[in-house]
Design a protein around this ligand. Structure first.
Ligand code: SAM
Length: 215
């Protein structure tokens, strides 16, 4: 879905550092996790895309029938599999995959999760259509996305127009595209979903949590 091989290399390269960095807002992370779990059922077959080092998938696994968790970066999946081996859960599969690698043969899923991923995808509309195709009617798409603040601001302008492009030019940042929470919700609806719940954690960048039901 347009993700660049250099982005896979970028994320693989930083995977050990990513794994050892503490979660910045643990309280917020745990609240989102519990909120997400409240929508899932023990019979559910779940897919998580952009799973990183697999922490969320491993915490969700006890509450569902099976979770397949994928990431474009082999380094991330290597760490996820190390964690899986030490935890011994039987209903988790980690694999290296990009969104376009998922086929309808493995679908439909009861739920697809994408945490901190959608702002990294160059072709968001196509990605959302592909995600919709993987979910059964009535199933859920649960995402948390870094978004542009609704009212901009000079700090956001500095980050998005100067700092990130400079970091990208020297290979220290991946592709990113920030849209506002409203635009994101509109795109999710256009892909064939109803919004069930949405909420923001605001800061210089907004973290937008959306639960959407496939029509
Ligand atoms: C910011 S990290 C988030 C990881 C994890 N979901 C979390 O919330 O901690 C983004 C992850 O998305 C992965 N990624 C980036 N582009 C992707 C794509 N096109 N398909 C699948 N994964 C992708 C990266 O390798 C990275 O592990």
């Amino acid at each position: 879905m347009g993700a660049l091989p250099k982005d896979a290399a970028f994320w693989s390269k930083i995977s050990r550092k990513y794994a050892s960095s503490p979660i910045r807002d643990m309280d917020g992370y745990l609240k989102t996790l519990e909120r997400t779990k409240s929508y899932l059922e023990p019979k559910d077959n779940v897919l998580e895309i952009g799973c990183g080092t697999g922490s969320t998938a491993l915490l969700i696994a006890p509450d569902v029938a099976h979770i397949t968790a994928t990431d474009i970066a082999p380094g991330m999946i290597e760490i996820a599999n190390e964690k899986l081996a030490s935890e011994g859960l039987k209903n988790v599969t980690f694999k290296v995959a990009e969104l376009r690698d998922h086929s309808s043969a493995e679908a439909p899923y009861d739920a697809v999760l994408a945490h901190n991923l959608l702002h990294l995808l160059p072709e968001l509309d196509r990605a959302l259509a592909s995600i919709a195709a993987l979910i059964k009617p009535g199933g859920l798409f649960i995402s948390k996305t870094v978004c542009a603040p609704a009212h901009g601001g000079w700090k956001y302008a500095l980050i998005s127009k100067v700092a990130i492009p400079v970091m990208q030019a020297i290979g220290k940042a991946p592709f990113v595209s920030f849209i506002t929470p409203d635009t994101l919700e509109q795109k999710i609806k256009t892909a064939g979903f109803d919004i069930v719940e949405a909420g923001d954690k605001t800061g210089m960048l907004t973290s937008h949590y959306v639960v959407a039901r496939k029509l």
